[in-house]
Design a protein around this ligand. Sequence first.
Ligand code: GLN
Length: 477
Amino acid sequence: MSPTSASTATAIAEAVRSGERSAREVVDEHLAAIEAREPELHAFNLVMADEARASADAIDRARAAGEQLGPLAGVPIALKDNLCTRGIPTTCSSRILEGWRPPYDATVVQRLAAAGAVAVGKTNLDEFAMGSSTENSAFGPTRNPHDTSRVPGGSSGGSAAAVAAGFAPLSLGSDTGGSIRQPAALCGVVGVKPTYGSVSRYGLVAFASSLDQIGPFATTVDDAALLLEVIAGHDPLDSTSIPQPAPSLRSELGRGVEGLRVGVIRELTGEGIAPDVARRVTAAADALAVAGAKVDEASVPAVAYGLSAYYLIAPAEASSNLARYDGVRYGLRVDASNSPEMMVASRTAGFGDEVKRRIMLGTYALSAGYYDAYYGKAQRVRTLIIRDFAAAYEDFDVLLSPTSPTTAFAFGDKTADPLTMYLNDICTIPSNLSGDPAVSVPYGVGDDGLPVGVQVLAPAMQEATMLRVAAALEASR
Ligand code: GLN
């Protein structure tokens, strides 16, 4: 499962561009890997074997015709199944979208195709990206490739497992409260949540619009940077898109961390963090110090309230976004004698328990008389978190924390009590609330031999510095 240098996206694209390997040969190899292990792992809701072979053949023909190939030429990629793909089922792992085929491609899907990437399938997730284990998928969970009795994390568990299992060197996920970074940590791969607004969300099925971001999974920091360069940059189709071109990231990775100020977040390294995970964060901080960084303790006091604020803001936005599934416009319809009854019947049959719980929590938080006490207060806490991060970044270039409080847990461990499941996101949620970028880098294993991820956080639009630190950690393993 550890990446050989020939299996990275950068190596594949180079080999395909130079003609050393055909895109078809590369995709066939990955489809064979999928065939061998997918029945056991269930990383995909849909494997797009025919489409993948056809786009690989088109790349090989383009090369034969002397055309210039893109930066991801012939590189297989797996797409989270909440990204719209034209004419191809997009389910969000929910019954309510049964039979729906989007009439358009998400901007990221278009950019990938233009860069020569080959989409191999749509990956499993917690229904509408609500969850931390993929156990909320209507189609059954994904298993962790490192230990199939454990969850892969979530909600982008399928995308993380696909990369960890070698089904594709790259995948895309979405991160609203940690859904890229937490499964990346649990599956031992790199996962990036970019700055809010830096990657277009046009064609991402909305969960909580002020928090959602699309981002890469990869086996190396270099590959994640390559993918981010391809998908980032302004898109007029997303009104929250930052009007700036994609930053140059890969060229910065080798610069080292000499003189960089690194702060270990005090509030996210103590209580609630498993000792074996905490030890890996200390080891990461020590490694950065050895590499020349100035490492110290940092304080971001308001992050302690992140989880509480998130579980008001995210459900509130979700309750509004999910109102569109009415049995008329998309997917599932359960017939009844009149329209209101049809809508209730369709939503009752179409949504799973966790989605219903979020819709109820969100509707309550937004209801007249409670709005100020819950939603309004949560927004004020959000402002405090933004201010505390800004204050910390006066003293530090990047911050460090665990990604997830524990390594991968067993199926069923946290399904009985939603709160214990929610606690998984304690370290990742603050960056969604602030809009700042963060990356999870695999950094050794816990007492159970399973991967531990260390999180590097940075101020908005500072992905280059953030990934430089991630690359230094990767090199120090
Ligand atoms: N686990 C968190 C939730 O359930 C975050 C999900 C996400 O980032 N999409 O809301």
